[in-house]
Design a protein around this ligand. Structure first.
Ligand SMILES: *[C@@H]1O[C@H](CO)[C@@H](O)[C@H](O)[C@H]1NC(C)=O
Ligand SMILES: *[C@@H]1O[C@H](CO)[C@@H](O)[C@H](O)[C@H]1NC(C)=O
Ligand SMILES: *[C@@H]1O[C@H](CO)[C@@H](O)[C@H](O)[C@H]1NC(C)=O
Ligand SMILES: *[C@@H]1O[C@H](CO)[C@@H](O)[C@H](O)[C@H]1NC(C)=O
Ligand SMILES: *[C@@H]1O[C@H](CO)[C@@H](O)[C@H](O)[C@H]1NC(C)=O
Ligand SMILES: *[C@@H]1O[C@H](CO)[C@@H](O)[C@H](O)[C@H]1NC(C)=O
Ligand SMILES: *[C@@H]1O[C@H](CO)[C@@H](O)[C@H](O)[C@H]1NC(C)=O
Ligand SMILES: *[C@@H]1O[C@H](CO)[C@@H](O)[C@H](O)[C@H]1NC(C)=O
Ligand SMILES: *[C@@H]1O[C@H](CO)[C@@H](O)[C@H](O)[C@H]1NC(C)=O
Ligand SMILES: *[C@@H]1O[C@H](CO)[C@@H](O)[C@H](O)[C@H]1NC(C)=O
Length: 349
């Protein structure tokens, strides 16, 4: 046997089976890595108590179903990491996400709710339930790992707890009043105070909330902001121009019953990612950026442009010449004068 064959022999007869065996033995290990982590007993108990604090109110509406109906402690169902709407950390097994959107929950969330024992929660989505006009408990501020908080259309009322400001890791915050839009939710705290610590916000949505104040200049310091919705919040005064220059801004809705004034900047240089813009029902008074666009400007390519009920918009927006991605345009209720320009005809019909 020459030296080459010898090595070949060693590899084929001895090493190869060994390597093959190792691979086969490791395979189940890598499979088990994808298995669900085991849930902690105290978190399972907390989830069950949370479930039991509500009545299930079924809605015959698309998408609604009681996710918690499958939460049971019996037989092989005890791993709460497998429950509908629950997500656990792969390594620690702690509950890190709870998504009970559209889950037919009816009842209030009290300050002693077991929800506030789920201290590892990062994502909390309780939108589209009926919390019976109860207040958002101030204990929400104890869930200090939260990065994502969505309480849209969930029938909370009253004062937004100032403890929201402790949630300094939030990157997503969406709050709204109920469907009936009566400004049930309000804040006595200024937006400046409420948001001063929330410097990582990427998405901020306030809908039908009685804020009744000016828009603070400090909003323009939220440099990660991608989407800003301030809709029907009773805002007034000068809208900070610097917000238009936020480098990552993609969606900006400041509309409906606001009474904001101000100038929209002439330079488009930092607005290239902006695709949704709604300024309807405001008192902005300088639209030169819309009506006098020069071919040297790098224009944002809008998909949605809401310019309805703007009493000082009187000239047809020239910017529309070059908007090939536009899917929705609102110009109703404006004081546009003159005929629709010829170049617009084939875009409209
Ligand atoms: C929450 O669950 C709903 C379905 O019930 C789903 O549509 C939504 O995308 C989920 N949200 C998050 C943040 O995972
Ligand atoms: C809802 O709120 C009303 C008025 O506060 C109260 O009488 C009722 O018991 C509450 N219902 C539930 C299920 O919490
Ligand atoms: C919260 O406290 C009330 C009394 O204030 C009590 O009836 C209720 O059972 C408590 N709920 C929990 C989850 O401990
Ligand atoms: C939390 O929400 C964010 C944003 O929607 C998402 O990217 C992330 O995957 C979610 N995390 C968990 C644990 O569900
Ligand atoms: C919430 O945090 C406050 C201090 O910030 C503490 O006094 C309170 O006991 C905590 N509540 C719960 C339910 O952990
Ligand atoms: C802001 O966040 C820091 C760090 O999370 C915290 O120590 C501080 O108390 C917070 N301040 C306010 C006013 O929320
Ligand atoms: C909003 O709150 C203010 C006082 O903070 C109040 O005067 C006003 O009536 C409220 N507006 C609505 C629409 O509820
Ligand atoms: C915005 O941030 C700058 C720099 O960090 C700071 O000097 C300024 O005071 C902040 N403005 C507001 C209104 O918070
Ligand atoms: C555009 O962004 C750059 C860098 O973030 C900044 O220096 C510049 O002032 C911005 N331009 C305008 C018009 O705000
Ligand atoms: C229209 O938009 C395209 C693509 O963004 C750009 O290349 C072109 O220069 C624009 N034309 C005018 C007149 O602004």
């Amino acid at each position: 046997m020459d030296i080459y064959s010898y090595h070949h022999f060693i590899f084929m007869r001895l090493l190869f089976p060994l390597i093959a065996c190792l691979l086969l033995c490791l395979l189940p290990l890598s499979l088990s890595y994808n298995q669900l982590p085991l849930c902690h007993q105290e978190e399972r108990v907390a989830l069950m108590q949370f479930k039991d604090s509500f009545i299930i109110k079924n809605y015959p509406l698309y998408g609604y179903y009681p996710k918690v109906a499958s939460w049971r402690i019996d037989g092989n169902n005890t791993n709460c990491c497998a429950w509908d709407g629950v997500e656990c950390n792969q390594d620690t097994g702690h509950v890190i996400a709870l998504n009970l959107s559209m889950s037919c929950l009816f009842g209030s969330i009290t300050s002693n709710s077991s929800l506030f024992r789920l201290l590892h929660l990062q994502n909390l989505t309780l939108s589209y339930n009926d919390f019976n006009h109860s207040q958002i408990p101030s204990e929400i501020g104890n869930l200090s790992s939260l990065t994502h908080l969505d309480l849209v259309y969930s029938y909370f009322s009253g004062q937004i707890p100032s403890e929201i400001q402790y949630l300094s890791k939030l990157s997503y915050l969406w709050l709204s009043s109920s469907f009936d839009g009566y400004n049930d939710l309000y804040t006595k705290l200024s937006l400046t105070s409420l948001l001063q610590n929330l410097t990582n916000l990427q998405v901020l949505g306030f809908l039908d909330i009685n804020i009744s104040s000016t828009v603070p200049e400090s909003l323009a310091n939220l440099s990660s902001l991608q989407s800003l919705y301030l809709v029907n919040c009773g805002l007034y005064g000068q809208f900070p121009t610097r917000i238009f220059h936020l480098p990552h801004l993609q969606e900006l809705y400041v509309s409906a019953k606001e009474d904001l004034t101000g100038t929209i900047p002439n330079s488009f240089s930092n607005l290239t990612q902006l695709t949704y813009l709604d300024l309807s029902q405001n008192s902005f008074n300088d639209f030169s950026w819309l009506t006098r666009a020069s071919s040297n400007d790098i224009l944002p390519q809008f998909e949605y442009l809401g310019l309805a009920h703007l009493k000082y918009l009187t000239k047809f927006p020239d910017i529309l010449r070059n908007q090939s991605k536009l899917e929705e345009l609102h110009l109703e209720g404006s004081n546009l004068q003159g005929l629709i320009p010829k170049w617009m005809h084939n875009r409209l019909f």
